[in-house]
Design a binder for this molecule. Sequence first.
Ligand SMILES: [Zn+2]
Length: 431
Amino acid sequence: MSGTAVNVPVSRADAARVAAWLEDFARLSEPGSSEGVTRLAYTALERKAHDVFAGAMREFGCTVWTDQAGNTIAERQGREAGLPALATGSHLDTVPHAGRFDGIAGVVAAMETARIYSENGIRHAHPMRFVAFAAEEGARFGQACTGSRIVSGLTRPDDLYGKRDADGVSLAEAMRSIGLDPSAVAEARWSPDEWAAFVELHVEQGAVLESSGVPVGVVDLISGSTRMLLKVTGRASHTGGTPMHLRADALAAAAEIVLLIESIAGDFRHRGTRATVGRLDAAPGSITTIPGQVRLYVDIRDVDSDRQRATAGEIIARAETLCARRGVRLSSRLLADTSPAVLPAWLREVVAGTCAELDVPHRIMPSGASHDAQMINNVIPSGMIFVPSRDGISHSPEEWSSVDDLATGIDVLAASLLALDRLLLDSPELA
Ligand SMILES: [Zn+2]
């Protein structure tokens, strides 16, 4: 892989500047949300964050535009005309009461990469594009990665009317409220003629790097997820009047299902599967009524797509047996199903090779969470760089990564994109 040698000196990332940008973004939070950062998908606050990104990128000499999905794209011109772009980026929206790193770290990494290239007069053959994706978090509409799904052609205009937030606002209405045209999302599609490869830096959201003392992860697989709604129907009746042996208690059955799911995922044949009941609604919800109906929301993650779907099947089959034994009924509905992604090995080798050149220890590892890169990989080859998360915590105000680790990750990112620039000039057939 001599074509990937890092022979262009790249000045190092500036941890203080990275910290200052993270602080700027963290300040853009819903007023009154006392704990952590709240900046939900397709809100005015998310747009403000995109404006901060756009302003910085213009200062670094980039041409900036926003597509019909609300993604902000900044381009630094390449040396040669007609080549497809190399790209990096992540997202700027958050879950409610989030930390300040999930997604934002990757956008700040893109900004710092652009600064390093600009201030050092680095010339690359391919255009470099720095992307802030919109609406990555599924917290508001129940669909993750909306901005990157749209550019990958995975979300059609019709899909934008079906998904609604807790207030009943559809994705399409939210998009319109911030000046986007949901009927024109097809225009945002990325074409492989125009885009060559994508690398996303993200915080790990797990404790593998921290516990192994390795500063950089290079991702090989991204988990898929199968989401199901299980409905248990029993019989609501008086808690005092109904003897124990004559009950059809939906919540007692649901409790057994929760433990069943935990034990199935913990079984050795499912090593690597993660299955969770994240929400459980019991009706009628009265202390003096035996619960007649319970809804369980199940999320199954796996890096093995067969095992992911087989786990879902096993959960339903065994839960049906359990419900029959308890005299309650079970029905199930598939809410969402995303396959795991295998990221291309050649791109991973470029990033791993860059780590070696920079003397940065790394490990190859899977991602349990879904990411924009997973969607983008459907259109163009994509890679991911992980930086350590303190105690593995994410989607919480406690989420933390050190800016020194981030700066190390950015050094790898900035050099990897230049390595890709040279490699694809020699071997354009790779992309
Ligand atoms: Zn994220």
